[in-house]
Ligand binder design. Structure first.
Ligand SMILES: [Fe+2]
Ligand SMILES: [Fe+2]
Length: 238
């Protein structure tokens, strides 16, 4: 056994496998809350929709539920949960490449909670790759995060509701009365049901801004061995 091998084994043995208990402990870390607050403040300043506690909690729970429903391990589900909780914290440093900055910011925090490095790097990789413009879906954690994040389109995310607004993002979010995601483990199907008030925004406008997001969800579904089904106002579109 050479010296390098000994060191490698020592590092692998460091940390605890991620459990529900540890994941919940991270949700109570004040550093995470401060980062989420600051990121939401920054995004408010540049006119973006809500990215605060509501969004991060929804993405965390939705990603975890997806993983469990599709039969992945509890450990993968908790990885998806923590990726959802932390994926947008880098926005406080600027919007560009915020997936990468989020991943860098959460590394020392997750280490402090004693989480095993393989869990931490998997979460970082998912977080770093969640932006549809540059992200690559590498594994189940990244896939669950991407689906949970990209399907959070809802009127409650608009900070200053005005149906006559010229901002297409605000209008489409405002028009979205519901966006529910369900997974069928037997049929291997990810079903996204969207209800849009077409008096506020058209289905065409929805696609104008969400096509790249839906393409990412489609890729993520494929990695999970699932077909992606998108239904808008009772019409199946994919
Ligand atoms: Fe993001
Ligand atoms: Fe997000």
């Amino acid at each position: 056994m050479d010296e390098l091998e000994i060191h490698t084994k020592e590092w692998v043995a460091t940390g605890k496998p991620l459990t529900r208990e540890i994941a919940l402990e991270v949700t109570r870390d004040p550093r995470i809350h401060a980062l989420i607050r600051a990121s939401d403040k920054y995004l408010d300043a540049i006119g973006y929709t809500e990215h605060g506690t509501r969004h991060t909690r929804l993405v965390a729970n939705r990603g975890r539920d997806l993983a469990l429903t599709l039969g992945y391990t509890k450990r993968i589900a908790e990885r998806a949960f923590l990726a959802g909780l932390t994926h947008d914290v880098g926005n406080c440093l600027g919007r560009n490449m915020h997936g990468v900055s989020s991943a860098m910011l959460i590394f020392p925090i997750l280490v402090d909670h004693g989480i095993e490095y393989d869990d931490i790097t998997t979460i970082m990789m998912a977080v770093s790759n969640h932006e549809e413009e540059i992200g690559v879906i590498v594994d189940e954690t990244g896939a669950c995060l991407a689906i949970a994040d990209k399907t959070d389109v809802h009127r409650s995310r608009v900070r200053y509701p005005d149906p006559t607004t010229q901002d297409i993002h605000d209008r489409v979010n405002l028009a979205t009365k519901a966006c529910n995601v369900t997974a069928d483990p037997v049929e291997r199907l990810i079903n996204t049901q969207v209800t849009i008030d077409t008096a506020i925004a058209s289905v065409m406008e929805y696609f104008q801004i969400f096509t790249s997001r839906m393409v990412m969800v489609q890729k993520a579904s494929r990695l999970l061995g699932c077909r992606f089904k998108l239904v808008i106002n009772d019409t199946e579109l994919s």
